[in-house]
Ligand binder design. Structure first.
Ligand SMILES: O=P(O)(O)O[C@H]1O[C@H](CO)[C@@H](O)[C@H]1O
Length: 297
């Protein structure tokens, strides 16, 4: 909480974002490299309630975020706040058991800090997961959606982690995003779901990021659906922008934890407890899916 509180009390998060230098990212990466012999090529960011993915790793080395130089800390229930190195299906992975959100008071560069650290560790593929609200009425609670594209609503309002001076050592000034979600990885994911017999609850669609922390109004849900979004959540997009900027391949997965409310006569209300309960109900299938998928990457 300290860093979030500090950044929002000393400056407005929109007018004065925290910018890290290449050296700062590298110091954190070098610290990690000095404290583990693992050299992961795959990083996984666990969404709300999805941290148990990290429990699948074998030969684990665990770093609480508070012990890692410059790492922010997790403040949201369902986000444990530790970085776990280990092997999944024999492949070395690093897993964020807990992510950072803009609504926690972190500026958008702090939210994405770990992604550049992963790049400097030698990671090549990022698997990013989230809990999301379903907007597409063909979806059901408990479905998994492969993200094929996103809508960056905070980006429309100037909140893009790539704003500010560009460091070419990470990537180009104007990165392309029409291929943000790797086509080959999505094909592998579809194949994995079929083999696992869970193709019936696999969807593929567009994730829309909102800043949160308030859930959407009925009018907002209707608007987002009209815009072409299939799911809505408060994360993921900043991490994907930074990952693609530095050339990581990205696979994005949304677990539909709740269907959004679009009917004025409904008594349903979005709430984080329901979000976490759905992740508990679906965690085993999701774990098996990610684990089988990693074996193919
Ligand atoms: O995106 P993740 O971190 O999975 O969490 C989702 O769940 C929380 C709301 O219930 C928000 O943080 C939203 O973004």
């Amino acid at each position: 909480m300290d860093q979030a509180a500090t950044s929002s009390s000393s400056s407005s998060s929109s007018s004065s974002p925290r910018r890290y230098t290449h050296e700062e990212y590298k110091e954190t990466a070098d610290w990690l490299l000095a404290h583990t012999e693992q050299r992961p090529k795959v990083a996984i960011i666990c969404g709300s309630g999805l941290g148990s993915l990290a429990d699948l790793l074998e030969d684990k080395t665990v770093f609480p975020y508070k012990d890692i130089p410059r790492f922010p800390t997790s403040t949201v229930p369902g986000h444990a706040g530790q970085l776990v190195f280990g092997k999944l299906q024999g492949r070395e992975c690093v897993c964020m058991q807990g992510r950072f959100h803009f609504y926690e008071g972190y500026d958008i560069q702090t939210v994405t800090f770990p992604v550049r650290v992963f790049f400097l560790l030698g990671v090549e593929t990022l698997i990013v997961t989230n809990a999301a609200g379903g907007l597409n009425d063909a979806y059901n609670e408990g479905d998994i959606m492969l993200i094929k594209d996103h809508i960056n609503l905070p980006g429309f309002a100037g909140q893009n982690p790539l704003c500010g001076q560009n460091d070419e050592r990470f990537g180009v000034r104007f990165p392309c995003m029409s291929d943000a979600y790797d086509r080959e990885l999505r094909a592998l994911a579809r194949q994995t779901a079929e083999e696992q017999g869970c193709g019936g609850f696999l969807q593929e669609g567009v994730y829309c990021m909102v800043a949160g922390p308030s859930y959407e109004t009925i009018a907002e849900c209707r608007l987002l659906r009209t815009l072409g979004a299939d799911t809505v959540g408060m994360s993921t997009v900043p991490e994907v922008l930074v990952a693609r900027h530095c050339g990581l391949r990205v696979l994005g997965l949304s677990l539909i934890t709740n269907m959004t409310v679009t009917d004025y006569d409904s008594n349903q209300k979005a709430n984080h407890e329901e979000v976490l309960q759905t992740t508990r109900n679906r965690t085993q299938d999701l774990e098996r899916f990610v684990s089988n998928l990693i074996a193919k990457i």
